[in-house]
Write a protein that binds this ligand. Sequence first.
Ligand code: G1P
Ligand code: ZN
Length: 541
Amino acid sequence: MSVTPIKTTPIANQKPGTSGLRKKTRVFQEPHFLENFIQSIWTGIGGAQGKTFVLGGDGRFFNTDAIQIVLRMASANGAARVIVGQNGLLSTPAASHLIRKRKADGGIILSASHNPGGPDGDFGVKYNIANGGPAPESVTSAIHTATEEISAYRTMDTPDVDLSLTGIAQLGRMEVEVVDPVADYAALMEEIFDFDAIADLFKSGFRMRFDAMHAITGPYAKLILENRLGADKGSVVNAIPLPDFGQGHPDPNPIWAKDLVDTMMHVDGPDFGAASDGDGDRNMIMGRGIYVTPSDSLAAMAANATFVPAYKGGLSGVARSMPTSLALDRVADKLGIECHETPTGWKFFGNLLDAGRATLCGEESAGTGSDHVREKDGLWAVLFWLNVLAVRKCSVADLMGEHWQTYGRNYYSRHDYEGIDGGIANDLMQGLRAKLSTLPDTIVAGLRVQAADEFAYDDPIDGSRTEAQGIRIHFHGGARVVFRLSGTGTVGATLRVYLETYATDDLGQDAQEALAPVIQAADKLAMIVERTGRKRPTVIT
Ligand code: G1P
Ligand code: ZN
């Protein structure tokens, strides 16, 4: 079993984005593409020699082949052990937990999250560090530099490792430990939540529907919700992970989880509805007749956290990504705890969680999490809501109604313009940047600008500074619009426009109607229609 160094040359555009490296699957399948990137990960972290890694993916097309490639390269680069999910599967939060639990040096997660999969879909690779969280910028930039300098990678010529059975296998000098992908994660959930209270809730006739969207959370949700907690059989739908997610788009939002929305909006719908994404880190929360925006969900979770055993002592602080609504800040204010504002992407929460400066954190893009792992966690958020509802014995609609009465309501929506020309997108952002200093006190579409800037983040723990993280315009009265370009897309550029307004009465409006003036102001400011030729967004969430 000889280790073969294979000559290669740098491949352009292997720069990790908001969440790892994402490309079309076909690009990942090109000669040397995956291998170059994996070797660059080892180089970027100072080598794999003697280290232990966790490895798994969301089961999308190419997962099985890629897992074997990574295993061979890990062995050829001297890794001591790789802990891999059975059949190469691990949800992102389960991988984060395993890294922490087993004190691994890091982990490789094969996923393009909520992006569609299949031969014509997307594939991705993320590297997580020893705290279980996404590699910070210092590490991803070292990996990127390595991709630009690579001249060879190390692999070996061996048969595939059988990943269908749990246990220990040997690959060269390296041990491959195949583990049940669900067991440790389920045990962690049982430590955090009051499973008895949730089981009693189901016994009392409470009905739920969890849409796994043919992605990784199916087996996790079946075991925990149906088998352990006693939700009716069939509560978890689309539960079998498929390589192309059943040709769906595994993104839990009202557009892509429309079936769930239709079911929940029915007068006889279940009491609670939820969905998760391709790799299990996102969540969508609904009650009968109500969709809870991710920003509102985060705020409501913070306000009700002490009903959950693991958080009964209170929260040390909270954190949200900058474009996430300010609803969380209102709760933090009332609780008298710190509320941190970070750039988009989970990697920015890691330091705050490690330092105990935040217990809960979240993003408007359907990501919520806590210090139990270092990733956002879809099923955890679902269990959190179930635990709160079980203790408070109220409906989702009543809980949110009461929340808005107490804190006011931050109407919120995100408008995405996908697949626009990169040059046009950059010009649009540059145009906004150029006029920021002239905006304060001007009136745009009837709204008076209070402040306008480009967000930069100074990490309070390691002192690092991250610039150009989105343009934000605050209006008098609490409305706000944020513009930024996506860092996860694989085709052209995606402009994200985040819209928000604040109300203390008239709390039952349609969000798009409540936001109409802000939507108009956003278009005027960025000249979206004029510059992109798009009359309307591609996706509204
Ligand atoms: C998107 C979301 C962001 C999230 C990331 C990974 O990134 O907006 O909140 O952390 O996916 O799930 P973006 O495409 O906006 O760069
Ligand atoms: Zn995801």
